[in-house]
Structure formats: C-alpha cells, structure tokens
Design a protein around this ligand. Structure first.
Ligand code: IMP
Length: 203
C-alpha cells in the first residue's frame, strides 16, 4: 500500500539536465510528484559546455540542450555561492573557483583563505532554474542567506555545504539533517516556484 496519495501510474515525467547524483537525490525528495530523469537515466554522456557569463545563461544553455536532445519538457539548474565581502564571488565561477578540477575541498580552502579573518561572512546560495517546454522558456530563482564558517564541518550534502551556515541555524548544511536542507535550501525554493508554475499550467 502506498504511504501517500501519489498515483505512480500517472506520474508525469520531466528531464533534468544534470549528472550530479547529489542533485538528483535532492530533487527526487523535493519534487516527489514527478518522475525525474537525469542525464544518466537518458543515456546522455556528452558534456554540456557552460559558456554563459551568468547563472541564468548557463541554466538556459543546459535546459535547451536537453530539450533539443529529447523533445521532453526539460529543466536545469545552476547554482552559485555569492559572498558579500568578495563582491559576489565566486558567483558564476563557484564550481571552478580553485581551478578546473572542480575540487570541493580546494574550493572551500580558497574561500576560507580569501575571507581570512573578515568579520563580514555573509553570503548566499543562489539557484537559477531554467525550464524549457515545446512552448515556453521560464526562469525561477531561489536564495538562501547564511554565513561562511571559518572551518569546514560536517559530512552530509556536497560542494560547499561544510562551510555554509544558513541563517537561523548554528550548523553548516553538511551537519544539518538533509531533510532540513531540502526544506530551506536555495534549490528547494527555486524548485517550489517551478512546481507552482507546473501545477498552474498542469504540465
Ligand atoms: P553547479 O550548479 O553544478 O555548476 O554548481 C556550482 C558549484 O556550486 C559547485 O561547486 C557545486 O558543488 C556548488 N553547489 C551547488 N549546489 C550546492 C549546494 O546545495 N551546496 C553546496 N554547494 C553547492
């Protein structure tokens, strides 16, 4: 017996332009009403070149790539960590902050080094979702504000989670229960707006 009212035989399918297993897992928790197919599920191995100069441009590049490949309503997301004292850096360069290897440990070490003892440690994660269907292109944004910790703590989550303490909490995203992260995160907020839009359109 199903534990909720979801009718899985009627679940709608949506394609998500990511090969990041952490993002897939988060999205499946946040958006249980949809069958979400990632790049791996769709057998797409090509690298999508994120050549845009903003999160919005990169999200659009990925959603349009996937829509053109599959013909299926598609969405993508691009996330940046924007640190106030660094004038919004790393921003669109978040993934490659410490170099092309996209190493999360090196990225966080560089961020901690660049902030040094700066007393202003305020920052935000900003997620931009681009949605592309046969008829429309839409952009949604989700932001969570917080503080950059002076050291890394916690094992959960991914990326910069060990150095980001969301406002209203005393622990990093990597220390918090992932259910909490999935309720308050930048990604959760952006997906909520996407979902509201999909419900309105009954897509
Ligand atoms: P992208 O959106 O996959 O290009 O990710 C950009 C960068 O932000 C990568 O370094 C990710 O690890 C990091 N990132 C994206 N989402 C999160 C998150 O929820 N927590 C921590 N880091 C994240």
């Amino acid at each position: 017996m199903l534990s909720n009212n979801a009718d899985f035989t009627k679940m709608k399918t949506i394609a998500f332009a990511t090969s990041n297993d952490h993002k897939m897992e988060e999205l499946r928790h946040i958006l249980p009403q949809y069958k979400i197919l990632g790049l791996k599920d769709l057998g797409i191995q090509e690298e999508i070149h994120e050549t845009g100069s903003t999160l919005e441009e990169n999200a659009l590049i990925k959603a349009e790539f996937l829509f053109n490949k599959t013909g299926q309503s598609s969405f993508s997301e691009d996330t940046g960590l924007e640190v106030d004292a660094l004038n919004g850096a790393p921003g669109v360069h978040t993934a490659r902050y410490a170099g092309v290897s996209r190493n999360p440990e090196a990225n966080m070490d560089l961020l901690i080094d660049n902030l040094k003892e700066n007393s202003d440690r305020s920052a935000q994660f900003r997620t931009v979702i681009a949605y592309k269907s046969a008829n429309e292109v839409r952009i949604f944004e989700g932001i969570v504000r917080g503080q950059i910790a002076k050291t890394k703590s916690g094992q959960g989550g991914f990326g910069y989670d060990p150095v980001f303490i969301p406002d209203g909490y005393n622990n990093t995203f990597a220390e918090l229960d992932q259910t909490i992260k999935n309720q308050i995160s930048h990604r959760a907020k952006a997906v909520k707006y996407l979902l509201e839009y999909l419900i309105l359109r009954s897509d």
